[in-house]
Each structure stands twice: as structure tokens, then as C-alpha cells.
Design a protein around this ligand. Structure first.
Ligand SMILES: NC(=O)c1ccc[n+]([C@@H]2O[C@H](COP(=O)([O-])OP(=O)(O)OC[C@H]3O[C@@H](n4cnc5c(N)ncnc54)[C@H](O)[C@@H]3O)[C@@H](O)[C@H]2O)c1
Length: 346
């Protein structure tokens, strides 16, 4: 898989397509990206046969009905196996486009052109594609790697602060699981990141993608090491699903997950108070933790029990054990999960 990262590097897509003798393109995007950036993409790929499918922005679109509608459109437009799907948007578009590409006619080539910080540092790399179903995140999907991921940071220019926070959550996660220097560098440069300082953004994006690639290359199909990328996700996915994907974005929920899970790690004696406070005080500036009531805690734990990482009835947690290091734990006491979510310490 090739990765191109830079500012105003979208033009390189044309070279890539020409060298791969592409003729027909099928673009999948969402309404926001279509309105803000489609002209720039179309300028680069004029001359190719192309069709565009535009979905409504947001997690609700990551559904089986969107996939069925894309299949209908692909069939209606006689898209054949030589066509290349271009995913142009955030993580929702990327996951949907990759899943459509992996299944239609037993697989079409696809290219990721991520336009959110979260998609640039995370979802466009690693080949996980899929949809939500039955109230569960990413429960249907596959591993399907793009031919190319083209990360052009010019697209971040129009991103709202809330979306920057979501991407920052994943960057800080890489710091906490793999490279503590990245965590510190990101915390120290928060102001510059919100102000879209391109040099700082490029540095954190490059480092994040390198980490994700390193982890994925050592465990492509998520049977071991790759699990560390799920720090914050056991509780984060539970929170996202509990609110029906409406209250917190994915990245925000993962930030909350990292806070509550770090509290569990502290209570289990895996990390000391000083390190817990560093994580907590840093992340709470991005998303404020809440105190969940008894009913909510019960619902959240119920959802966590259906997480893909679990074995039998035991909930899998990736917990911090030292600066830049985490470990899988299957033995977390339910009482400790509840205590953390109760948030009396907030
Ligand atoms: N496949 C993976 O490995 C992986 C990893 C992490 C997250 N994800 C998935 O990614 C999704 C979240 O991705 P996301 O945070 O990018 O959400 P998103 O795709 O919903 O994008 C967030 C919002 O930003 C808008 N947007 C996109 N690009 C923009 C731009 N350049 N300027 C202005 N607005 C823009 C979108 O229209 C949308 O409203 C979740 O479904 C999550 O499960 C997948």
C-alpha cells in the first residue's frame, strides 16, 4: 500500500492513476466534502470517466441501507471491475467506500483521500472497512487495503474545532500506547494545532501514520499487537452506541474512553496517580467527562459485553501500564468499571 502525505499534494493522484492505467473512477463522498472540496479533486482527475455518490454526513450513514444504495448505483452505472473507487471524505465515507469496494463484484481497487484529521491519522490506514448494524459499531466489515492513501493537509483548512478534537484524540492515543514523546509534543502544541499550523500538523500526521503502519504491518488481521490501537475503545464504543451515535462523535467518545479506562488502570495499580493525572488533566480539556448514573452504567456495561474483542463473557480492555505502553487485560472487575463511570473523582 502506498501513502503520500503533504500539503497541496492532491495533484499526485493524477500521476498515480496514469501510471496504473486507470480509466473509470467512482467517487464516494459526503455532502459537506462535496460542497467544500470536490472542485479541487475534479480539477485533478478531469478527463476520466467518473460517477459520484454523495451520502449524508454523519455516522447514521454508515449503514447497510447506504451500502445497498451504493450497490444499486454501481449497477445502474455499469461500473465494472476495472473501475477504481475514490473515497473522498472523513472516516465514515472511508469505511463505507472501502466496504463497498471490498464486496462489489468481489472487490474493486480503491484509493483513500481522507479529509478529516481523524481519517488522515487513523481510519484511512490499516484496511479496516465496514458498517454499523443493530446498534453496534463496525460489527459488519472486512479487512481490505486501499491501493493508495493520499493525505493532503490542505483539506483540513475547513475543519471545525470539534473535528480537530476528534483527530487529536487518536493522535494522543498513539502517544499513550506507543510513543510518549508524541503525546507530549501534541499537548505542548495544542494552540498551534487549533490554528491549523501546517508544519505542526504535518509532523503529528506523519508520526501518527508511521505508528499505525508499524502496528498494522506487524499484525495485519488484528490477532495480537493491533489490539493496542483499541485503547479507549471498549468504553468509547459503549458510550457512542448508548447515545445512539448522536451525542458524541467517534473521536470524542474515544477520548472519554481513554479517561475512564486510565482511571481503571490507576485503580488496578497499573499506573501511578501522577501518570493518571497527566492523562486525565490533558484529555479533559478536549472532552469533559461526565458522571453516569446507575441505569446508564448498566446499559454501558451491557454494550461493552458485545465488543468484538471480548472472549466469552469477559470484557477486553487495553489499559495503560506506563508512559507510552499499554497491555490487554481480560480480568477487569465490573465493580471497578462501574466505579470509574460513576465519575465521583471528576
Ligand atoms: N477504519 C478504521 O480503521 C477506523 C479508525 C478510526 C475511526 N473509524 C471510523 O471513522 C468514523 C469517524 O470519522 P470522522 O471523524 O472523520 O467522521 P466523519 O466522516 O463523520 O466526518 C466528520 C464531519 O466532518 C465533515 N468533514 C469531512 N471533511 C471535512 C473537511 N475537510 N472540512 C470540513 N468538514 C469536513 C464530514 O462531512 C462530517 O460532517 C467513525 O465511523 C469511526 O468508526 C474507522
Amino acid at each position: 500500500m502506498d501513502i503520500i502525505i503533504g500539503e497541496n499534494c492532491i495533484g499526485k493522484l493524477n500521476e498515480y492513476l496514469r501510471s496504473n492505467r486507470a480509466t473509470e473512477l467512482y467517487i464516494i463522498t459526503d455532502d459537506n466534502v462535496n460542497a467544500l472540496h470536490m472542485e479541487k479533486l475534479k480539477e485533478v482527475i478531469k478527463g476520466y470517466d467518473m460517477n459520484t455518490y454523495t451520502l449524508s454526513p454523519g455516522e447514521e450513514s454508515k449503514s447497510i441501507s447506504t451500502i445497498l444504495s451504493i450497490y444499486d448505483d454501481l449497477i445502474e452505472n455499469n461500473i465494472d471491475r476495472d473501475a477504481i473507487i475514490l473515497s473522498f471524505g472523513g472516516g465514515v465515507v472511508g469505511d463505507i467506500a472501502g466496504f463497498a469496494a471490498s464486496t462489489y463484484k468481489r472487490g474493486l481497487k480503491y484509493i483513500q483521500i481522507p479529509t478529516t484529521l481523524l481519517a488522515q491519522v487513523d481510519s484511512s490506514v490499516g484496511g479496516k472497512v465496514g458498517i454499523d448494524y443493530g446498534g453496534y459499531k463496525n460489527i459488519v466489515g472486512s479487512f481490505y487495503f486501499p491501493e493508495l492513501t493520499l493525505v493532503d493537509i490542505q483539506f483540513l483548512d475547513t475543519l471545525k474545532d470539534r473535528e480537530i478534537i476528534c483527530g487529536l484524540g487518536e493522535v494522543l492515543k498513539y502517544g499513550l500506547i506507543y510513543d510518549y514523546d508524541l503525546f507530549q509534543f501534541t499537548m505542548d502544541n495544542m494552540e498551534q494545532i487549533y490554528n491549523k499550523d501546517l508544519d505542526i500538523l504535518l509532523q503529528i500526521i506523519r508520526r501518527s501514520i508511521t505508528i499505525k503502519e508499524e502496528v498494522v504491518n506487524r499484525d495485519r488481521y488484528d490477532t495480537g499487537l493491533r489490539m493496542i490501537l483499541n485503547f479507549g475503545h471498549t468504553i468509547g464504543h459503549g458510550i457512542e452506541a448508548y447515545y445512539d451515535f448522536g451525542r458524541y462523535n467517534h473521536g470524542e467518545a474515544i477520548i472519554l474512553g481513554m479517561i475512564y479506562e486510565s482511571k481503571i488502570a490507576y485503580r488496578m495499580g497499573l499506573i501511578d496517580e501522577k501518570y493518571f493525572q497527566t492523562i486525565y488533566q490533558g484529555l479533559r480539556k478536549l472532552v469533559a467527562p461526565v458522571k453516569f448514573n446507575g441505569y446508564e452504567i448498566e446499559q454501558l456495561i451491557h454494550r461493552m459485553k458485545n465488543d468484538k474483542k471480548n472472549k466469552g463473557d469477559r470484557i477486553a480492555f487495553i489499559l495503560p501500564i506506563s508512559r507510552g505502553k499499554v497491555k490487554l487485560h481480560m480480568d477487569v472487575d465490573e465493580g471497578l468499571i462501574a466505579e470509574s463511570l460513576k465519575g465521583e473523582w471528576v
